[in-house]
Design a protein around this ligand. Structure first.
Ligand code: FRU
Length: 499
């Protein structure tokens, strides 16, 4: 093991003792110490889920990337393992960028990641990005002597050598290996390259799986590609997107393309496109297939453009989203909180048919670790509702809100008053489907975040909030009249400890 990795392991072990469990989320994963971005190597190995992440242990800001590591048996109770990879070789000294993992037939775990030789060349220009591998036992990993295994010379003509990253591996039905890699043309138009290998170690370019053709932003990062309910799904996170109506608003966000895939020819025929998350903080997701056949996605619960929202005194920065179960309904990607979450539920409080007109507070409905479902339906014969507002993380000073306008079917998330002292983006609006003003909202709160699942996962809005934990009030408001059902559970979690 290199001195760089040894030092980081020693540092994180000491440094994490300074973080009180109550200063972390209860069931969302954070960096063991310091900075976290993308999920990496999300996989099931030796009877547990493994989740690695882009990691800079020494500061709460981005720096030369390590891979942090955590394991879990239910995707909600995580335990830290020591850092898995360090930027300690000539070909990755600028960082071990994002990548993925799978199990080899001999029982070892294969990691594939992007190596960046230096953050910058001497003349300030970028460095070429290459794909590298490491093999290990779930704890320690050894980089291959043959690294990089995919270099600039393996790129098809016209591709940028500087934007070529984030390999996502899978095993094909014939036992061979494949991976998709984010790329762009020399003039910065995003595309996804497909490579294949017989053994996981020697790789060949196969085809260009998808091309942006100027539609969704520029460079396409962090691809994932899998079959789901009879369709093929390509997830990728484009940089620098232009908004289209209320879609693709975040500049950097995640795009979902569905279509058909011909494994033999490597041809992907696109059918639909949609934004994956309509909130503020969600990027670079990765999926895993569970032993019982569910496709679970986890994302970095952050956006590069809003990182300044941070609470400066916190010894960690960056959280993973809730793991989400994916499915396809009517050609659209549906996301639901992973069903394991139900095991964290306690203290059920239920209200049926509550009439709201003006402001309403309900006894027992409050908290910052919650699974709260609100079903709204129009009040028969009542005054038409112009505006319905659900406020949470609320006290006399703070609140975050979800505001629904039945006439336009627009739902707005607003964290302007969540305690932020920064002029970053705080609001997002989406068009939802609603019949006569009926809508179902499921809100998951975990101390420093809010994830809103609309109409059983048709749309999701995610945002981090650093509001003081004392602000735990919830209130409802209707301009006009509306009826609602409310079901609330508290969610118990133990935070993340080390093994
Ligand atoms: C996405 C990303 C990846 C890259 C990593 C570097 O958030 O830019 O493309 O591998 O972060 O930390």
């Amino acid at each position: 093991m290199s001195q760089t990795l040894r030092d980081a392991r020693k540092y994180e072990e000491l440094s994490e003792t300074r973080i009180r469990p109550e200063d972390r989320p209860a069931f969302h994963l954070t960096a063991r110490t310091g900075w976290m971005n993308d999920p990496n190597g999300f996989s099931y190995y030796q009877g547990e889920y493994h989740l690695f992440y882009q990691y800079h242990p020494y500061e709460t800001k981005w720096g030369p990337m390590f891979w942090g590591h955590a394991v879990s048996s239910d995707l909600l109770h995580w335990r830290y393992r020591p850092a898995a990879l360090a930027p300690d070789e000539a070909y990755d000294r600028g960082g071990c960028f994002s990548g993925s993992a799978l199990e080899l037939p001999d029982g070892r775990q294969l990691l594939m990641y992007t190596g960046v030789a230096e953050t910058c060349q001497e003349d300030g220009g970028p460095q070429a990005q290459t794909q590298c591998i490491a093999v290990g036992d779930g704890l320690d990993y050894e980089k291959a002597l043959t690294n990089p295994v995919i270099g600039s010379a393996d790129l098809p003509e016209g591709c940028s050598r500087y934007d070529f990253r984030d390999p996502k591996l899978w095993r094909r039905s014939d036992g061979s290996y494949a991976c998709v890699i984010g790329s762009c043309t020399e003039d910065k138009d995003g595309q996804i390259l497909l490579y294949s290998s017989r053994d996981g170690f020697r790789w060949e370019y196969e085809t260009t799986l998808a091309k942006n053709n100027g539609r969704f932003g520029k460079m396409w990062e962090c691809p994932d590609f899998f079959e789901l309910d009879g369709s093929w799904v390509l997830l990728t996170s484009p940089q620098d997107m232009l908004p289209q109506g209320m879609e693709y608003i975040n500049g950097n966000g995640t795009l979902c393309l569905t279509g058909d895939f011909e494994e033999k020819t490597g041809q992907f025929t696109e059918r639909t496109d949609q934004a994956v998350d309509h909130g503020i903080d969600f990027y670079a997701p990765q999926t895993v297939l569970t032993p019982d056949g569910r496709r679970i996605m986890i994302g970095w619960m952050q956006n590069w453009d809003t990182c300044r929202l941070e609470k400066t005194e916190m010894p960690w920065f960056g959280q993973m989203s809730l793991p989400r179960e994916l499915s396809i309904r009517n050609g659209r990607l549906i996301q639901q909180p992973v069903r394991e979450l139900e095991q964290l539920r306690t203290g059920r409080v239920v209200y049926h048919g509550v009439s709201v007109s003006g402001t309403k507070v309900l006894e027992g409905i409050r908290g910052r670790q919650l699974d709260l479902e609100v079903t709204l339906y129009p009040e028969e014969g009542g005054a038409r509702c112009q505006r319905f507002v659900l406020c949470f993380a609320q006290n006399s000073q703070y609140r975050t809100s979800l505001e629904f306008c039945p006439a336009s079917s627009v739902l707005q998330l607003d964290r302007s008053f969540s305690g932020s002292r920064r002029a970053v983006i705080h609001q997002r609006r989406i068009q939802v489907t609603s019949k006569n003003g009926a809508i179902k909202l499921r809100l998951i709160l975990d101390r420093f975040s809010a994830e809103v699942f609309v109409n059983d996962g048709e749309q999701v809005m995610t945002a981090v909030i650093y509001t003081e934990q004392e602000a735990d009030g919830i209130s409802f408001f209707a301009d006009g009249e509306v009826r609602m059902d409310v079901v609330q559970y508290e969610l118990q979690g133990d935070g993340t400890a080390s093994e």
